[in-house]
Design a protein around this ligand. Structure first.
Ligand SMILES: NC(=O)c1ccc[n+]([C@@H]2O[C@H](COP(=O)([O-])OP(=O)(O)OC[C@H]3O[C@@H](n4cnc5c(N)ncnc54)[C@H](OP(=O)(O)O)[C@@H]3O)[C@@H](O)[C@H]2O)c1
Length: 248
């Protein structure tokens, strides 16, 4: 078991990539604490993860919710060993229609929520701990209507290098997993019609050298590698899991 008795906090652990990671990490011996906002998805995650998993409702756009989520994890387990800061969301908007409010909302979750999750969990992390964050293939390629999501993810990529430098003296590693197009509920929340969604999935699939969308479990396995001692000499890095989309 690669994560035996490790305490893992997973934001966005109620759906898609985060839920697959929670299942995999638990199967590898971890005590998982998953965070989301939607009660039905939190209930479903509790059911799928089974005994021992803690589900916490917290809106990461609110720093007090982050404090409360971390307090619950620490109250249950006394410490945190691994943070997987993975929650994220966006809507597709042409750049001439992007509003001040949309920029604030997407940065509040994808950047500030992630930043404060790491900052507030850090006091509970010891030497040998690992932080993994989720970036995106949109760090490397432009896509119409996704300027703000892409900017938030590029900011997080940069943050990984800074935090890795700041936390290295404490023996804490910080890395990113960069998913390509992955079949998860994420796409259904972008504000596109069903027809637009299937057209964009078909177009992306065609662009990916491996000619398919990825699965959440394929991203979860990369996160497991970075979270575990298998990656003990890896920090500041971004592991790309995109079927070659940004690499070939
Ligand atoms: N799927 C892709 O193609 C793809 C590609 C590149 C990068 N990514 C990144 O991968 C990460 C996971 O995405 P996914 O595909 O697994 O999407 P998903 O299935 O929609 O999962 C998103 C997760 O984030 C949580 N979340 C959303 N808003 C939140 C908030 N305000 N506070 C706390 N939690 C919140 C959701 O919980 P609730 O629903 O309960 O709020 C859910 O658990 C995201 O950062 C995304 O940007 C995805």
């Amino acid at each position: 078991m690669k994560l035996k008795d490790k305490v893992v906090l997973i934001t966005g652990g109620t759906s898609g990539i985060g839920l697959e990671a929670a299942k995999l990490f638990k199967a590898e011996g971890a005590h998982v604490v998953v965070v989301g906002t939607n009660l039905a998805r939190l209930d479903n995650a509790a059911h799928e993860l089974g005994r021992g998993a803690l589900t916490v409702r917290a809106d990461l756009r609110n720093p007090q919710d982050i404090d409360a989520a971390i307090a619950q994890a620490v109250a249950r387990h006394g410490r945190i060993d691994i943070v997987y800061a993975n929650a994220g969301a966006a809507t597709v908007t042409p750049f001439d229609a992007v509003s001040d409010a949309q920029i604030d909302a997407e940065f509040a979750l994808n950047f500030k929520g992630l930043f404060f999750t790491v900052q507030k969990a850090a006091p509970y992390l010891g030497a040998g701990s690992a932080i993994v964050v989720t970036t995106s293939f949109l760090n490397e390629v432009g896509a119409p209507g996704l300027s703000i999501l892409s900017a938030t993810k590029a900011a997080v990529r940069s943050l990984v290098r800074s935090l890795a430098a700041e936390l290295a003296p404490r023996g804490i590693r910080v890395n990113a997993v960069s998913p390509g197009p992955i079949a998860t509920p994420f796409h259904g929340k972008l504000g596109l019609s069903d027809e637009q969604l299937s057209q964009s999935a078909a177009a992306l699939q065609e662009r990916v050298p491996l000619k398919r969308l990825g699965n959440a479990s394929e991203v979860a396995k990369a996160a497991l590698f970075l979270a575990s001692d298998d990656a003990s000499y890896v920090t500041g890095a971004e592991l790309v899991v995109d079927g070659g989309l940004t690499q070939i």
